[in-house]
Write a protein that binds this ligand. Structure first.
Ligand SMILES: Cc1ncc(COP(=O)(O)O)c(C=O)c1O
Length: 381
């Protein structure tokens, strides 16, 4: 975990901050949020943004279409935090565990609308065995795996249909419908996106048809994941809602799927700590302490590594130690005189969700290049 500065940094320039530091460009974040809202509106689909990339109250407010309504969280800590701060319609989009029922019951009492997701019989039994707060029912979505190979009942299997039927038959459960996270969209390239999306939608709709055939209705048919939510196609009209989270910050991985590098709204400020001309490298004070190493892209992705230097995209972070990052040129030489020891540079991360997780404060940069706000993300554990 990167160091926390307990004193306020509002008004400071980036060069004055402790490093590594997670920076958010307020203008870009606001623009990214509006673009996703506009695109869902254009598709005539409801939009339930996901807080997984930032886990803050401030960004949740920027993301939501209707003031403090219609949001999705991946951890109960986040649901509890948002519920205590005015949010009133929250989807807890993580496989429900029986052990969490006491916390879920408290949330259901507090919120006008709490929605849950399940993909197995233990979770459905936990809901059947627990009475919801008086006058309410458990509102539930069934997660369907349409190719992402993560949570969800496999779209072709029989168990999902049985679970949906069991929920429909339970008086205190309102079966809302289905939701598929299109995580496999991250595996391909931009050229594969439409095919991946359409295959997921087709599978999801086939599953819905099987439910319709036994009179189990789906009022919600949702698809998630930033890469597919940024596309548009006629098949999408058959859905009812989209869920995405990463688009708020974006990252280099998203750029390999069509996002413009200029739309990356977060950077890591880091200090140059050494020059090593004999091996054409410099070291910065940001290693695993400040950059996600998820997917080991430093070694897998030669062009971008773990991060690119914002000011000089020909420089990448090619390797990370616990507290140091190795910066080298993708091609050609390095002009060390431009990056004196002690100077601050900014990194564009390969993976913004995993990177933001390492910080307990974000410095939000305004138009004047100075810290305008400080956001404190909720810990996920
Ligand atoms: C179930 C689910 N839906 C939606 C999202 C948001 O996806 P993305 O970060 O690609 O926008 C996530 C992210 O982890 C997720 O797990």
């Amino acid at each position: 975990m990167a160091p926390t500065t307990s004193t306020s940094c509002i008004g400071k320039a980036v060069s004055e901050l402790e490093t590594p530091s997670f920076l958010v460009d307020l203008e870009k974040v606001t623009k990214n949020c509006q673009a996703m809202k506009d695109s869902c509106k254009g598709l005539e689909l409801a939009f339930r943004p996901c807080t997984n990339t930032h886990r803050t109250l401030e960004a949740s407010k920027l993301q939501t279409v209707e003031k403090e309504k219609g949001i999705m969280c991946r951890s109960l800590h986040e649901v509890e935090h948002l519920a205590s701060n005015g949010f009133d319609d929250i989807l807890y989009g993580f496989p429900l565990l029986k052990a969490h029922m006491p916390r879920i019951s408290k949330l259901a009492e507090k919120l006008t609308s709490l929605h849950l997701t399940v993909d197995n019989c233990d979770a459905v039994c936990a809901l059947k065995d627990t009475a919801p707060p008086s006058g309410k029912t458990w509102s539930v979505l069934l997660m369907v795996d349409c190719g992402a190979k993560r949570e969800g009942v496999w779209w072709e299997a029989e168990d999902g249909v049985k679970l949906a039927q069991a929920m429909k038959d339970c008086e205190h459960i309102t079966f809302k419908g289905v939701y598929a996270f299109c995580g496999n969209s991250y595996e391909g390239t931009e050229a594969d996106l439409e095919k991946t999306r359409d295959e997921a939608i087709e599978r999801l709709l086939k599953f819905v048809e099987r439910l319709t055939a036994i009179d189990v209705k789906c009022t919600t048919i949702g698809l998630g994941g930033t890469p597919v939510c940024k596309t548009s196609g006629p098949n999408m009209k058959k859905l009812t809602e989209l869920h995405s989270g990463n688009y708020i910050f974006n990252d280099l991985q998203q750029c390999t799927l069509g996002t413009k590098r200029d739309d990356i709204a977060c950077t890591i400020a880091t200090r140059v700590v050494g020059h090593y001309p004999h091996r054409k490298q410099m070291l910065v004070d940001c290693g695993e302490n400040g950059l996600s190493t998820s997917g080991n892209h430093g070694s897998n992705n030669k062009e971008m590594g773990y991060a690119l230097v914002k000011e000089e995209p020909n420089f990448r972070v090619s390797a990370v130690y616990q507290d140091l990052g190795v910066v080298e040129a993708v091609s050609g030489d390095m002009d060390f005189s431009k990056y004196p020891i002690g100077s601050v540079i900014q990194l564009l991360p390969w993976h913004s969700c995993g990177t933001s997780l390492l910080y307990n404060k974000y410095h939000v940069i305004g138009k004047d290049g100075k810290v305008a706000e400080e956001w404190s993300p909720i810990s996920t554990c």
